[in-house]
Design a protein around this ligand. Structure first.
Ligand SMILES: C[S@@+](CC[C@H](N)C(=O)[O-])C[C@H]1O[C@@H](n2cnc3c(N)ncnc32)[C@H](O)[C@@H]1O
Length: 190
């Protein structure tokens, strides 16, 4: 088997942490591809929350989920992901996986992008509400200028996490041209 590419590895990590009935969160819904992936993984008794600040993304995600017949399994939230702590902290089922695809929505307004300060605030809240053993997967796109700043802010935050509280992994190819995306995965330990 060859080296696993970054995006399949992100999905593998998420899949490995989700069981039927769990809750998963798509922190950057975009066109809803990851939301659909998570909705299939949590099964009939699980639930997915998906955040996006763009109405275009919210509409696209809802359409994708409706088309797959999974409407009841997904709540799409038209708001910033740094409201996650307030929106879902009262859930009784374990929240075991969350994913961020940083940057802008391909084919859309490139000025609407994720930012380090809100991403870090959301990570902080997620670490509070998630189950021990749960995983947060962040796909970091850093080819554009604001992506570089966000990358540095996210790395500074995750590197500062106490290893007793969370295990942090970085995965990516380091000899590819054009700043390929890489993954940061955070596994909550306590
Ligand atoms: C790279 S795209 C996500 C692609 C998506 N995972 C998919 O499957 O199509 C990044 C998305 O993050 C959204 N976004 C930017 N800032 C956000 C924030 N503070 N909270 C939630 N979503 C945000 C953008 O509107 C954009 O749709």
């Amino acid at each position: 088997m060859g080296l696993m590419r970054v995006l399949p590895f992100a999905k593998q990590l998420l899949h490995d942490h989700i069981e039927e009935g769990h809750i998963a969160i798509d922190m950057t819904a975009g066109n809803g591809h990851d939301t659909l992936f998570l909705a299939n993984a949590v099964g009939e008794t699980g639930h997915v929350f998906a955040f996006d600040i763009q109405s275009e993304a919210v509409t696209a995600t809802r359409a994708r989920i409706d088309e797959a017949g999974l409407t009841e399994r997904v709540t799409v939230i038209h708001d910033s992901h740094d409201t996650v702590g307030a929106v879902i902290d009262r859930e009784s089922r374990p929240i075991t996986a969350a994913v961020f695809n940083l940057g802008y929505l391909p084919g859309s307004d490139k000025s609407i992008t994720t930012h380090g300060n809100t991403t870090v605030a959301a990570l902080n809240q997620l670490l509070d509400v998630m189950a021990v053993g749960g995983v947060i997967v962040i796909v970091v796109y850093h080819g554009h200028e604001s992506g570089k700043t966000e990358r540095d802010e996210v790395l500074q935050y995750v590197e500062s996490l106490d290893q007793k509280q969370a295990g942090v992994l970085r995965y990516g190819f380091i000899n590819q041209i054009n700043h390929p995306p890489f993954i940061v995965a955070i596994e909550k330990r306590k």
